[in-house]
Design a protein around this ligand. Structure first.
Ligand code: ADP
Length: 227
């Protein structure tokens, strides 16, 4: 068996809300392997965003360990966590957050340049990924000149531009009509399988969840498998 791309071990997280302490995660365990696409389906308030933020090294758990590949992250300083996040983790949100002044290709090359890749290499890779996602004819268009589905595919290309090990997505098709959402999901699944990424996708869409390799939910702060 391969090493998990992501391993959450006994993650606990509580928030203080005024006088009260709200326990969101209470011993959550999860492993996701390379090439695996896992749907996280749970009602609002169950802790999906908290789990994604902790898995994405954006937030610290109160207890427990997050492994990205073989790397334990709890004891790392913020700078090292940021570097690890940049190189190993891609994020896709419900709204694309593309930079409006930049073309599709520039939006995809930016994170690669930040990671230290030269302009030529970054351009070649961005062109390859955007073409794979069916956007070869939209490379030099700005977000406002693209449809919602095209914008979201650029956001996916940007998330995978640094060849991360792990992709975390929060309702990646939530803002799209069903047909476009379906198309975007198909391209997302293709890139996960083609690149051996591990993906954790929070969604309320049960049709999309059914097309992933596994489905999980959160119950009393723990990760539970769904049929
Ligand atoms: P979901 O993404 O499933 O809707 P969240 O992870 O956003 O759930 O939130 C889970 C619970 O934790 C909610 O009750 C929410 O109010 C609470 N919560 C989340 N973030 C904070 C925070 N920063 N401070 C206080 N409470 C929070």
């Amino acid at each position: 068996m391969s090493i998990p791309a992501l391993q959450l071990a006994n993650i606990c997280r509580a928030y203080r809300q005024g006088e009260n302490v709200v326990t969101v995660l209470a011993g959550a365990d999860l492993e996701i392997h390379p090439g695996e696409m896992v749907a996280l389906v749970a009602p609002s308030g169950a802790g999906k965003s908290t789990l994604l933020h902790i898995a994405g090294l954006l937030e610290h758990p109160d207890q427990g360990e997050v492994f990205i590949g073989e790397r334990a992250t709890a004891a790392l300083d913020d700078e090292t966590r940021t570097l690890l996040r940049r190189s190993e983790i891609g994020f896709v949100y419900q709204f694309h957050h593309l930079l409006p002044e930049f073309t599709a290709r520039e939006n995809v090359t930016l994170p690669q340049r930040v990671a230290g890749l030269g302009e030529t290499e970054a351009n070649i890779r961005a062109t390859e990924i955007l073409t794979f996602l069916g956007l070869g004819h939209r490379l030099d268009h700005r977000p406002a000149e693209l449809s919602g589905g095209e914008q979201q595919r650029v956001a996916i290309a940007r998330a995978v531009a640094n060849t991360p090990r792990l992709l975390l997505a929060d309702e990646p098709t939530g803002n799209l009509d069903p047909v476009t959402g379906d198309h975007v999901f198909t391209t997302l699944a293709a890139i996960v399988k083609q690149s051996g990424l591990a993906a954790l996708v929070a969604t309320h869409n049960l049709d999309l969840a059914a097309r992933m390799d596994r489905r999980i939910t959160l119950r009393e702060g723990r990760v539970v498998a769904l049929a």
